[in-house]
Design a protein around this ligand. Structure first.
Ligand SMILES: Cc1cc2nc3c(=O)[nH]c(=O)nc-3n(C[C@H](O)[C@H](O)[C@H](O)COP(=O)(O)OP(=O)(O)OC[C@H]3O[C@@H](n4cnc5c(N)ncnc54)[C@H](O)[C@@H]3O)c2cc1C
Length: 275
């Protein structure tokens, strides 16, 4: 239940309310999903289901701009605006479009998606792969992985930067249908020099790296400095790096196999886009 609903007119006011135990509310699609304020969301203190909501809509945090080759996306930009943006890189437009239903995407924001830290986000593995940077209130910058370790201490996300890198980034979601719970969510960034992998970042969700999306750094190390392995070898390497458990979507072995195949194909797709 929302005890108090605050509508601050400045970032400073929002931070002051947050320091008194308030909870940032952007689109509200996660907070209002029936688990509000019960401590099961990252960044929300456990207060028996009651929250003081700090609505972010009046802080001017929406919009997309380009500076040099980098893109800056305001934290309150809706997922639908991201999916519809003709200028943003395809990987993030695709990732935003994977959240089911236009109604949800019109309300849901990218800052809220990061703040929710869900295992089935496609935006988070994409940001981990693309080297995304979070610009926080107060002037600090954070990698998404650092933010996810301690969201309540990290504070308010103002903007998300997508740096201009020379390689190729792709995201994917594998599910039985658009509305179904996914078996794979992943993002891959690849650079090739002289036929060998010179830079690779792989982000994965769906329980592959624990309860939060994370990087497959062991796999990244194995791939760097070598030509990308043949598909079967690549699938086996990935299977050894992911740790999904059995769930209603399938056994752990099945989910390992699907993650191996889909992430391998994503890496191969990135390599083909580079030649
Ligand atoms: C039917 C349905 C299906 C969904 N499917 C998916 C899915 O497949 N994948 C997925 O990832 N999510 C899914 N969601 C959850 C949710 O819609 C998204 O994660 C959405 O992006 C959350 O954004 P929001 O603006 O609504 O966040 P809110 O609900 O407003 O906030 C979510 C969290 O982020 C924090 N927060 C919000 N803005 C900021 C900010 N600027 N700085 C710091 N913290 C902030 C809040 O305090 C809260 O902890 C689904 C939800 C529904 C209802």
């Amino acid at each position: 239940m929302i005890n108090h609903f605050y509508r601050p007119g400045s970032v400073d006011e929002a931070l002051s309310l947050h320091s008194r135990g308030g909870v940032f509310l952007a689109g509200g699609t996660e907070i209002n999903r029936g688990r509000k304020g019960d401590g099961s969301l990252p960044g929300i203190p456990d207060r028996g289901g009651e929250i003081d909501a700090i609505y972010l809509a009046d802080l001017g945090l929406s919009g997309i701009r380009k500076e040099g080759g980098a893109f800056f996306i305001g934290a309150c930009t809706s997922l639908q605006d991201i999916a519809d943006s003709p200028e943003l890189p395809a990987w993030i437009r695709t990732a935003a479009g994977f959240i089911p239903s236009r109604n949800i995407r019109n309300m849901a924001t990218i800052g809220g998606n990061i703040g929710a830290g869900r295992w089935n986000s496609v935006i988070l593995p994409g940001l981990l792969a693309a080297g995304g940077v979070l610009h926080m209130a107060g002037g600090k910058t954070l990698a998404p992985g650092s933010y996810l370790e301690s969201p309540s201490e990290a504070g308010l996300i103002l903007e998300i930067e997508l740096p201009d890198f020379p390689g190729v980034c792709r995201t994917l979601k594998e599910a039985r249908s658009h509305l179904a719970v996914p078996v794979v969510t992943a993002g891959v960034y690849l650079e090739i020099a002289d036929g060998k992998v010179s830079k690779v970042r792989i982000g994965a969700g769906c329980g592959c790296t624990g309860s939060l999306p994370g990087r497959l750094t062991g796999l990244e190390d194995k791939l760097t400095g070598e030509p990308l392995p043949q598909r079967e070898a690549l699938i086996n390497l990935i299977k050894n790096e992911v740790n999904p458990s059995s769930d209603p979507q399938g056994s752990a072995e099945y989910r390992k196999q699907v993650n191996g195949v889909k992430i391998a194909d994503l890496l191969i797709e990135c390599r083909e886009a580079l030649v």
